[in-house]
Design a protein around this ligand. Structure first.
Ligand code: AMP
Length: 272
């Protein structure tokens, strides 16, 4: 496994790759969620590139950019164990200069996550486009955990004719249901226990729908009733392209929940 730091190193390496390239972009502090993406990339491609870059342009002022967990050495070991070929770990100054061409995410990037974090997805798409151009990957792997991000990246690929396949990957959870996240380490013991109500509410909503419920309000009420002790920021029921739904459409519904635990926001969702 080779660790690449500069654009030149990555471009040089890329020039000499002939087979398919699987790319997994991450912000590091790797956990089993990331590992499942990397394993899938390993199974499906000749060469695997993982990027580890805490991207400043997707953090708003006052967010946890400085506190975001950084575990470079442990991350490199994990990548090595997963038989990654190249880890790209650039500095901020390597990824950003004085560029004037920026990416503007569409209007639907200003709902849900984008309402609380306006501009967040501009930063996400900006860095992802740069990384796609550098890696020229065949396949790029993204978790369904960040469903709105995934949908916007698919939109960007479609609108800009980017020659890359986006592969959505299943959400990986702890045994008790909590969706894995690099930010889970911010939770204290009580918050960690309370957080289980999020996945529980999503599962219960899932079974309600499986038993025939199609009414959005009824499903939302179920979610809120299970999470009544939590500080729920939003519950949303949307289709795969993040349009609001009038009724539940099986195979085209995503239920999203964000709840706050102190300064920590936990996201989770279920695809039905
Ligand atoms: P991040 O390092 O948080 O930017 O995440 C990098 C990638 O890992 C993104 O595509 C995330 O959606 C994905 N990811 C994060 N947590 C999980 C999880 N629990 N299950 C599956 N994928 C995940």
């Amino acid at each position: 496994m080779q660790v690449l730091k500069t654009i030149k190193e990555l471009q040089e390496v890329r020039k000499n790759i002939t087979g398919t390239v699987g790319f997994v972009p991450t912000m590091g502090a790797l956990h089993n969620g990331h590992i499942s993406l990397i394993k899938q990339a390993r199974n499906e491609n000749d060469v695997v590139i993982v990027s580890i870059f805490v991207n400043p342009t997707q953090f708003l002022p006052g967010e946890d950019l400085d506190a975001y967990p950084r575990k470079d050495e442990a991350d490199k070991k994990i990548c090595q164990m997963c038989k990654v070929d190249y880890v790209f770990m650039p500095e901020i100054s390597t990824m950003y200069g004085n560029e004037e061409i920026l990416i503007k995410a569409p209007n639907k990037s200003y709902i849900l996550e984008g309402k609380t974090r306006p501009g967040h997805f501009d930063g996400v798409l900006r860095v992802v486009l740069k990384l796609f151009n550098l890696t020229q990957a065949t396949n790029a792997y993204f978790g369904k955990k960040d469903a709105q991000q995934l949908s916007l990246i698919m939109q960007m690929v479609k609108d800009l004719f980017l020659p890359i396949n986006i592969i959505p990957c299943e959400i990986i959870r702890e045994d008790d249901g909590l969706a894995l996240s690099s930010r889970n380490i911010y939770l204290d013991a009580t918050q960690r226990k309370d957080a289980l109500l999020i996945s529980k509410s999503l599962y219960m909503a899932g079974s309600l729908i499986a038993s025939g419920e199609r009414n959005i309000k009824a499903v939302e009420n179920k979610l809120y009733s299970i999470m009544q002790t939590l500080d729920v920021e939003y519950v949303a029921i949307v289709d795969r392209e993040f349009n609001e739904l009038k009724i539940i459409e099986p195979k085209n519904t995503i239920i999203l929940v964000v709840a706050r635990f102190g300064n920590t926001r936990l996201l989770d969702n279920i695809w039905l």
